[in-house]
Structure formats: structure tokens, C-alpha cells
Design a protein around this ligand. Structure first.
Ligand code: GTP
Ligand code: SPV
Ligand code: MN
Length: 624
């Protein structure tokens, strides 16, 4: 649609504003013009990383963010807008064959007009920030899939984008194909009148995957609003990776583990559902007794794109993001000292929905210290309510929202890998899956067969968390931790995994891990977790290198007690036994659930069914 200057006089200086910002790509300019007019924005402003300090001071002045100590900031989101909404998230294409079980597929012909209607005039009186970004290390072979432009009418969202993605006009100005960028439009809407969670819910978060267009309406929070992150980095990229046949885009963390004694480095990629430990694992400090020998390096904590590098035929992974959007709860000096340092003074961190002290500008969240501050003067909970004004019934309520978060750039992370932005990424030695599973799943079980590894990912079962609205605690299958981010049918997804990983010359080893097994009586975690999680991972790498053998079980190879380095770990012997054992009866029951789960997926490759039958047969043989 042509931009008619006369139809929107307030936008008359749009061209000047794009010129001043040095935005040269004609197709991007066209796109900006179209949506600025459609949403009725009063003005547009092209921004990049270098605008951060100015935007921060404007936001402070406007009261949208509050100071939280030297070079640290704080914001509250609207009370009914604190997590991703899975129900309102949709993948739309022109092809009904793209409908899967989890992608909430809808015809794009139906969704387009709906979103256009919701967005028409909905940014009236506001500034539309134009954020060109790159979801990849610069120069990556996957760069053509990584370029995007987010338009957002919310300044705090712009601040988040600057922290989470590489932002600036340089990412769109010299494209080989100027039309090849993901178009993302974020319109906040009138948050107080959207009927969140009711039958009148007006929110829609739609990825038009075959048009590479993302239209999100009705939130300013997290994955609902930062379009580069999961809408592009996961849903769109997964679709592109499949359509092109070139790569996988997964909700995975990515770490390096270096043995300082031998100089050897391994890389592990792994999927854990939302709020189930990816950031913590990626920021892991080796336990004290192993710290002299091993070092963990951070590459990524939420998204990995993986492809076969033709140079050596191995699987290489990149982290497309530039920041961390981490869960605050339970982050402290013991669980994650690295995270605390990455949100320290002068990091320009942005906290969202934690508790805040008006007088001291301190922040606090559950688990930051064992007890909340004793002097409640000045403290407000995440909703803005003074703690001192809480009624007796409100006393027990958390101060911070359980999905409260910190947003900080990668360069603030103390254990960031020196080659975190290597253009081709790093070779992957192991792929792990894990979720919050209170029983059955041992600490670690290794899988050496590709189809059985993919099968294991597809049958990842876990308790859902507060990262999504209204589902926390539910036990559900979350294939590869991608359930909320799936963008094409699961059968095709499994086949694409077999194809990409199967094409590698040196196959990664697979493993399933579980840091969350609990005692059925008193509920305590059997495994201390956090820094100690390095131990089962070291065992896995030794297994891959043939240095340990483990114990073969029907569901994979489990470490023997002797093989696991437990020097300095405080663990009860009976808990350790439980963590390393396989309950054949319980697993046999699980197999029936898995069968029903997999049966939902049309066109699931025969290799996956064969893997399922092998595991079932091994369990049956064991049960005798
Ligand atoms: P998303 O950003 O939502 O994708 O989450 P994530 O997978 O990165 O989860 P994160 O590492 O932020 O952890 C979420 C919650 O799990 C936090 O409250 C952590 O303190 C807790 N957690 C992480 N690792 C462990 C562990 O090993 N043991 C226990 N008990 N809790 C853990
Ligand atoms: C998740 O929920 O998995 C996240 C946070 O990583 S969000 O950006 O909200 O998706
Ligand atoms: Mn995530």
C-alpha cells in the first residue's frame, strides 16, 4: 500500500525520520510506512543499541522504569500481563497441511483481517519504535534467516529488544535481498480492557510463518512482545529451518565445558521446558571441589539453531540471541552467583515484576535471601502494593511474581565464552533433554542411538511452570521443550530432526537428565542441583569418550555410583540410589502414555515407532 502523506499529516516527517536514522533498505521503509499508517502511530523512531542511554533516560523521566541502583532498572508490567499466553498464540499459514497438534494452526486468510482490525489505529498518539535486528552472530551462514524488523509502540519493549538482540540499521541496510527480513509488528493495546483469560480475550499473538510476518496484539510482556526472541528465534526459525531443510531452531541452552588439565572442550546443547533450568545450567559455576579442573562457558540459555557444517560434517550450534531473559525466583549466591553478577551495578539490567523498594531502590524476589527484608519500609510487591499495607490474609503472598525476570546482555555474563559470537557456532558433542519430573526419571540416562534420542526428546514429560499463564504444575508432554513454540506438524518435525542430526558425520550423544526428582513423603529435591549438575554432565562426556561404561537399562545407560564424581556432594545414600535407579513398573505404565501421545502425530517416522517398540520390549523383558 502506498503511503499517502495527506492521509496522515502527523506522519509527514516519516521519511525525514527514516533518513536521519540512516535506514536505507527500501523494502523496510515501505513496511514501516504501511504499519505506521495502519496503526495510526503519531511518529516513528528508528532505534538501535546506541540509543539505549537516551531511551533509558526518557523512560525514567516518564516513570515507565525506576532506578534500581547504579546502572540497574526496574519495571512492572500490567498485573494481568506477566507471562506468555499459550492459548492466544497461533501459527497461521495458507496451507492446512501445516496444522499440527501444538502449533494452534489457523488459516492465515482468517487471521490476517482479524489482526489488521485489532491493530488499526491502535497505536494512535504513540511513538512506533522501529527496531532492525539480527538473530545470529554477524556473518553466520544462517544470517539470511536471522534478519528482522520489529515495530513496537512500547518503549520498555524497545529497551528489552536492545538487550536481547543485536539491534541497529546496519542489520538491514545491505541485504543481498532487501525483501528478506522478518516483519514483526507489536501493538500493546489497551491492557486494562483486553479481557485477559476470559472468553472475551482480545489478545492475539500470531506468526504468519509462510509469510515471515509476526503480528502480536495485546501484551507488553516477554515472549508476547519481544518478537525477535521466541516468535522469530523459535517459531519462525523452526518453520524456516524445516522449509529450507537446512537447520533446527530449538528452545535449547548451549554450553562449553573445558577440562583445564587436558585443555579439551566439549559443547552441550539441551532442551528444558520454560522455567526448568536452562539459564541456570548455562551460567553454572563448577562446584568448588571441581573448580580447579573444570570450567563451564556460556554460549546461550534459551535458543539454539543447529545445522551441519559442511566443512567437517559435524552439528554446529549458534545462540541467535544477544541477552538473557532469566527467571529471578531462587536466584542467589548459592544457586547462581554468576547470574547475580550479570545483573550487578552498571550492567544496565532491567528487572521486571520483582519486589521494589521506593526509598532504597533495592529489588528482591523469593529465594534471593532465605527470608524477605525484615524492615518492610518502602517495599512494594510486584503489583505495586506496599507490603506494609497488606491485610493479614495477604501476608503470605509472594513479593515477586513467580515469573519475574531480569534482562541483561550476554556481555554481562561472567562466564560468557570468548567465542560466543563465532560465526559458525560451536560443534555439539551432546544433546540433552530434561524437565521438572518429580519421579521416575533418573538423574541422567544416556542414549547412543539417534532415533531413540529423538524419540526421547519427543516424549519429554514435565510439570509446566509459571512461564505460561494458567498451566503451572500440570504434567504434560513437551516435545524437545518446544511445545509452546511448535510451528509445523510434529511428524514432520521428528523427520526433520532425524534428517539434520542423521546427516552429521560425528553424531552427538543424547541424554535425558532430571534435577527435579522429589522425595514422595517430604517433597525435598533428591539431587542438590544447580552447580552440582556439572557432575552427571561430566559422566556423559566420559561415556561418549569411552572412559566409563555405565549400566545399560531398558531406557538408556545410567551411571554407576562409582563412576559419578560425588566428591564434596551432600547427598543421602538412599536418595542417590533412587536417582540412579529405573523403576520398571513405573516405566511400563509410562510407555502406554507415550504411545497415546505419539499416536496424535500424523506421519511420525517409522524409526520413531521402532525406537518406541524397542524400549517397550526391553522393559517387558526386564519385567520378566
Ligand atoms: P525460560 O527462560 O522460561 O525458558 O527458563 P529456563 O529453562 O532458563 O529456567 P531457569 O534456569 O531460569 O530456571 C527456572 C527456575 O528453576 C528458577 O527458579 C531456578 O532457580 C530453578 N532451577 C534451575 N536449576 C535448578 C536445579 O538444578 N535444581 C532446582 N531445584 N531448581 C532449579
Ligand atoms: C519462556 O517462557 O520459555 C521464556 C520467556 O524464555 S518468554 O520470552 O516469555 O518466552
Ligand atoms: Mn525459554
Amino acid at each position: 500500500m502506498a503511503y499517502d502523506v495527506n492521509a496522515a499529516p502527523a506522519l509527514a516527517d516519516l521519511e525525514t525520520s527514516l533518513d536521519d536514522a540512516g535506514l536505507k533498505n527500501p523494502r523496510v521503509r515501505e513496511y514501516v510506512r504501511h504499519w505506521a499508517e495502519h496503526t495510526g502511530a503519531e511518529r516513528v523512531e528508528v532505534i538501535g543499541a546506541s540509543d539505549d542511554a537516551r531511551l533509558i533516560s526518557e523512560s525514567l523521566k516518564a516513570g515507565e522504569i525506576l532506578p534500581a541502583g547504579e546502572g540497574r532498572y526496574y519495571a512492572r508490567s500490567y498485573v494481568k500481563d506477566t507471562a506468555r499466553s499459550e492459548e492466544r498464540t497461533i501459527v497461521a499459514t495458507a496451507n492446512p497441511a501445516d496444522k499440527g497438534i501444538y502449533d494452534n494452526w489457523r488459516p492465515s486468510g482468517e487471521m490476517r483481517p482479524l489482526l489488521e482490525k485489532l491493530m488499526r489505529g491502535a497505536s494512535a498518539g504513540k511513538t512506533m519504535y522501529v527496531i532492525p535486528y539480527l538473530m545470529a552472530p554477524p556473518g553466520s551462514p544462517l544470517e539470511p534467516y536471522a534478519v528482522g524488523v520489529e515495530l513496537t509502540d512500547h518503549r520498555t519493549v524497545a529497551l528489552h529488544m536492545i538487550r536481547m538482540a543485536r539491534c541497529g540499521v546496519e542489520h538491514v541496510n545491505n541485504l543481498a535481498d532487501p525483501n528478506r527480513f522478518v516483519r514483526g509488528v507489536h501493538v500493546t493495546g489497551d491492557l486494562a480492557n483486553l479481557g485477559q483469560g476470559t472468553p472475551q480475550d482480545k489478545r492475539y499473538f500470531v506468526t504468519f510463518a509462510d509469510e515471515r510476518t509476526i503480528l502480536h496484539f495485546g501484551s507488553s510482556y516477554g515472549g508476547n512482545a519481544l518478537l525477535g526472541k521466541i516468535a522469530h528465534g523459535l517459531r519462525q526459525a523452526a518453520y524456516d529451518g524445516w522449509a529450507s531443510g537446512e537447520f533446527l531452531a530449538e528452545q535449547f541452552m548451549l554450553i562449553g565445558i573445558t577440562d583445564k588439565e587436558t585443555g579439551r572442550t566439549w559443547h552441550i546443547a539441551g532442551g528444558f521446558p520454560s522455567a526448568s533450568g536452562k539459564t541456570n545450567l548455562a551460567m553454572m559455576l563448577a562446584p568448588d571441589s571441581l573448580g580447579d579442573r573444570y570450567h563451564v562457558e556460556f554460549y546461550g540459555d534459551d535458543i539454539a539453531w543447529m545445522r551441519v557444517d559442511p566443512r567437517d560434517g559435524r552439528i554446529y550450534a549458534i545462540n541467535p540471541e544477544f541477552g538473557v531473559f532469566g527467571v529471578a525466583k531462587d536466584t542467589n549466591e548459592v544457586t547462581n552467583p554468576t547470574a547475580l553478577r550479570s545483573v550487578g551495578p552498571d550492567t544496565n539490567v532491567l528487572f521486571t515484576n520483582v519486589a521494589y523498594n521506593d526509598d532504597s531502590h533495592e529489588v528482591w524476589w523469593e529465594g534471593r535471601t532465605p527470608e524477605p527484608p525484615t524492615d518492610v519500609t518502602g517495599w512494594r510487591d510486584w503489583t505495586g502494593q506496599l507490603i506494609s499495607e497488606r491485610s493479614p490474609e495477604e501476608q503470605g503472598k509472594p513479593w515477586a511474581h513467580p515469573n519475574s525476570r531480569f534482562t541483561t546482555t550476554l556481555t554481562n555474563v561472567p562466564n560468557i565464552a570468548p567465542d560466543f559470537d563465532a560465526r559458525s557456532g560451536v560443534p555439539v558433542d551432546a544433546i540433552i533433554f530434561g524437565g521438572r519430573t518429580r519421579d521416575r526419571e533418573p538423574l541422567i540416562r544416556a542414549i547412543t542411538d539417534l532415533a531413540e534420542g529423538v524419540y526421547d526428546g519427543l516424549t519429554l514429560g514435565a510439570e509446566a511452570t509459571f512461564a505460561a499463564e494458567g498451566v503451572d504444575g500440570q504434567l504434560r508432554y513437551d516435545p524437545m521443550s518446544m511445545r509452546p513454540f511448535m510451528s509445523y506438524p510434529e511428524g514432520a518435525y521428528a523427520a526433520h530432526w532425524l534428517k539434520i542430526i542423521g546427516a552429521a558425520s560425528d553424531q552427538p550423544i543424547f541424554a535425558h537428565v532430571n534435577w527435579f526428582q522429589r522425595d514422595p513423603d517430604d517433597g525435598h529435591f533428591l539431587w542438590p542441583g544447580y552447580r552440582e549438575n556439572l557432575r552427571p554432565l561430566l559422566w556423559l562426556l566420559r561415556l561418549r569418550d569411552g572412559e566409563v561404561q555405565g549400566k545399560q537399562t531398558p531406557v538408556g545407560i545410567v551411571p554407576t555410583k562409582e563412576e559419578l564424581d560425588l566428591d564434596g556432594v551432600d547427598i543421602r545414600p538412599e536418595d542417590l540410589d533412587e536417582l540412579l535407579s529405573i523403576d520398571t513398573g513405573r516405566w511400563t505404565t509410562e510407555m502406554a502414555h507415550r504411545e497415546a501421545h505419539l499416536a496424535q502425530f500424523d506421519g511420525l517416522p517409522e524409526e520413531i515407532w521402532a525406537a518406541h517398540r524397542r524400549v517397550a520390549a526391553a522393559l517387558a523383558a526386564k519385567a520378566g
